[in-house]
Design a protein around this ligand. Structure first.
Ligand code: NG6
Ligand code: CA
Length: 509
């Protein structure tokens, strides 16, 4: 009798602990680079097909009005990880590859929320948030602070962008494959004696840099980069291996978490489809859209590889997957890779029906694909709720019962119900940051863009900026393509949005 009671108790404890464990799903954030609102077939692209991502959309929640915080990479990444608008902090715009870490190490971050909830946390892929706190950075030893100090137990990254030096992988903040007799040095001002650059040796390039957009510094793998570099010749990557390497390291990390019997939080910052677009051989020429289309296919394949790995391990059903992008699209971003010509031929619009793209203040800059998949928990549906990536931190904190410190400032708000499809509630507003620091605010279907100097079309990249010295107001709810500026027609609306923007601007003070 005694034993039966004990057995029942043990069984109850076992079931209890299992369901508790099940309450904590693995969380995977797939964060792609420069992917536009019109670059996926599930968002209407015709000239390209992205079956793996479409599968997430068909079986998950598809957001039609979700935003990154900025139309460039560094500030958007700063926000998704720290839960703060980047424009509140100086020095958070597009960083060079030798910049120091910009996320303060003493604040709550998205990965730290997961750590507090007992997760194993990992960052794989593009970083672009700076490293270390010395100048110059010593690349030949562990560089601290970095992903670990931001909250990632494990990291396998490249420091900045694929088009910036140093062109090396770093695992747990140490350069992978570094030969101590060939130490690395990085400089963004001065070329190293004897170093081969794209500017001096265009004949060595397998993909030509746009003469109007730089990218003619250090040559790695036959491609000119921004910045200079010396040494590390065996540690430098071949672009064609980036995707496969990051996929493999993501899966390794997932296996590590399984071995540790902990749920995982993986921030997989897929480097595609940023320039230089140089797909693995099997993807070269696979699309109708040149290398830009080929890397979209490669990126979609990566998503499929990760989904399959989860399935093979029997953990797909208990993994919450988020897919999104760090800013809007660009065709010519510094290399002459036929992206513009092929898009024109196919009448392909990477931002879909939105106006503008990467760098701009228009919707094409920050309204991005955003999908949430969680089997049985998130119902397949489309939503028009206004959502910000910056809210992931507070939302997951709420889901996991992690208390954010009361006295600590944050822009992140709990919208877990909207994220998981239990509510259609929009964020009260989103503020969008353009490359030249123009701020816009979207609220209740209206968008105000503050006056700012700057060219109407950005040279080189050939993207409408949305910069204007007069206030702009768009009724984006009806006029998604921001075609008609109605600022003079609705002065009260303009004033109300200006006031709201000013109020948000002052919040931190
Ligand atoms: C720009 C680069 C562009 C790209 C971008 C960063 C020039 C002319 N252009 O300054 O090629 O690297 O920075 O992109 O240098 S992001 O997605 O990381 O923000
Ligand atoms: Ca980007």
């Amino acid at each position: 009798m005694k034993y039966t009671k004990l057995a029942i108790w043990l069984l109850l404890i076992f079931i209890g602990s299992r369901s508790f464990a099940q309450q904590k799903p693995n969380v995977l954030v797939l964060y792609t680079d420069d992917l536009g609102y019109g670059d996926l077939s599930c968002y209407g692209a015709k000239a390209i097909s992205t079956p793996n991502i479409d599968w997430l959309a068909e079986n998950g929640r598809q957001f039609m009005d979700a935003h990154c915080t900025a139309s460039t990479c560094t500030p958007s990444r700063f926000s998704i990880l720290s839960g703060r608008y980047a424009w509140r902090k100086k020095g958070t715009n597009i960083l060079p590859g030798n910049a120091n870490l910009i996320i303060p190490t003493d604040i709550t971050t998205l990965p730290k929320v997961f750590q507090q909830a007992g997760y194993m946390t990992g960052a794989v892929g593009k970083w672009h948030l700076g490293l270390g706190n010395t100048f110059p950075i010593d690349w030949n030893h562990e560089v601290r602070p970095g992903p670990r100090e931001v909250g990632f137990d494990y990291s396998f990254i490249f420091p900045a962008t694929a088009d910036r030096t140093p062109t090396v992988f770093m695992e747990n903040q140490k350069v992978v494959g570094l030969d101590s007799s060939d130490p690395i040095e990085v400089n963004y001002k001065q070329q190293f004696p004897g170093e081969l650059t794209g500017k001096e040796h265009p004949e060595m390039l397998k993909i030509h840099s746009d003469p109007h957009q730089g990218h003619d510094g250090h040559i790695t793998n036959g491609i000119g980069r921004i910045g200079f570099m010396k040494g590390g010749s065996r540690a430098t990557w071949a672009d064609e291996e980036l995707s496969g390497t990051f996929n493999a390291k993501s899966i390794d990390f997932i296996d590590k978490s399984l071995a540790a019997k902990k749920p995982f939080f993986l921030y997989y910052a897929i480097q595609n489809i940023h320039v230089p677009r140089m797909p693995a051989t099997v993807f070269k020429g696979k699309s109708k859209l040149g290398y830009r289309g080929d890397v979209i296919l490669e990126m979609d394949h990566s998503v499929g590889v990760i989904i399959k790995a989860l399935k093979d391990r029997g953990i797909l059903d208990n993994t919450l997957i988020i897919f999104s992008s760090d800013n809007g699209p660009v065709l010519n971003d510094g290399y002459l890779d036929q992206a513009e010509q092929t898009a024109q031929k196919e009448n392909y619009k990477p931002a879909g029906l939105l106006r503008g793209g990467k760098y701009s203040a228009l919707e094409g800059g920050t309204r991005v694909p955003f999908l949430v998949y969680w089997k049985g928990k998130v119902q397949p549906a489309r939503t028009n709720a206004l959502f910000s990536q910056m809210d992931l931190m507070a939302s997951f904190a709420a889901m996991l019962n992690v208390k954010l410190p009361a006295g600590e400032f944050t822009d992140s708000r709990d919208h877990i119900a909207t994220l998981l499809g239990r509510s259609e509630q929009s964020r009260t507003e989103v503020v969008e940051q353009a490359a030249n620091m123009t701020l816009s605010i979207v609220q209740d279907g209206w968008k105000y863009i503050e006056p700012h100097k700057g060219p109407a079309v950005l040279g080189g990249v050939n993207i409408e900026s949305g910069y204007n010295q007069s206030p702009q107001l768009y009724h984006v709810e009806q006029d998604t393509g921001e075609a008609v500026n109605v600022a003079t027609k609705y002065p009260k609306k303009v004033k109300a949005l200006q006031d709201k923007l000013e109020q948000i601007r002052k919040e931190l003070d």
